[in-house]
Design a protein around this ligand. Structure first.
Ligand code: SAM
Length: 193
């Protein structure tokens, strides 16, 4: 793929900015909705829990999480995506500029971390996994999903990386979204209690 096409795709989906980012956000809200809902379903959030959504983009999963968990925080580096998430979720969620490696949460502050189509964008996966481990309370759950074809490592290697960060009870599987969506690689893990 040419450099200009790669840059345009990054502006639309990876690091959404400006008009292309806004358009990308609308497309992601449509194309990734089933996966976002699926991961929230797998998480089995309860009203007593706090959920951190990393890279919520246009906020579909963030809104679904806010319908179940007591406190929901979304962290994304893109101003455009934070604005779309705010528009979709209203005041029911906390939104903050940040990244997987720098969430701005306190130690042991969240019960569940959810992240869809994000892992492939983490510049430093060990640092991001260490950060998510830090902010989860003991016994807290990590749930990741990504288009399998875009993952830079296999889902089993990703599980090994999560184990190296301290996570236990690792499980990975694939899930086919309905319609035209591409196969999702998903991972569940726990911070030891
Ligand atoms: C491909 S979109 C996915 C959005 C949404 N979760 C979905 O599946 O439709 C990637 C999102 O991750 C954000 N992002 C990029 N780099 C990130 C990082 N290092 N940590 C957290 N989020 C990041 C982007 O701003 C964008 O909102």
């Amino acid at each position: 793929m040419s450099t200009s096409k790669t840059q345009a795709l990054d502006r639309a989906f990876g690091h959404p900015q400006g008009f292309l980012g806004h358009l990308g956000g609308l497309l992601m809200a449509w194309g990734n909705a089933a996966t976002e809902h699926r991961l929230v379903e797998v998480a089995r959030l309860t009203p007593e829990e706090t959920a951190l959504v990393v890279g919520p983009g246009p906020g579909v999963g963030l809104k679904a999480a806010a319908e179940q968990a007591g406190r929901v925080v979304g962290v994304d580096p893109s101003e455009e995506m934070l604005a779309l998430s705010r528009h979709r979720c209203g005041d029911g969620v906390e939104l903050r500029k940040g990244t997987a490696a720098e969430t701005g949460e306190a130690d042991d502050a969240v019960d569940v971390v959810l992240s869809v189509n994000n892992v492939q964008l983490w510049e430093n996966r060990p640092a991001a996994l260490a950060e998510l481990f830090r902010v989860l309370r003991p016994g807290g759950r990590l749930l990741l999903s990504a288009h399998e074809k875009w993952l830079p490592v296999t889902r089993h290697e990703l599980a090994d990386e999560a184990a190296a960060a301290g996570f236990t009870d690792l499980q990975t599987w694939t899930w086919q979204p309905p319609g035209l969506g591409t196969l999702a690689a998903q991972l569940r893990a726990r911070k030891p209690a």
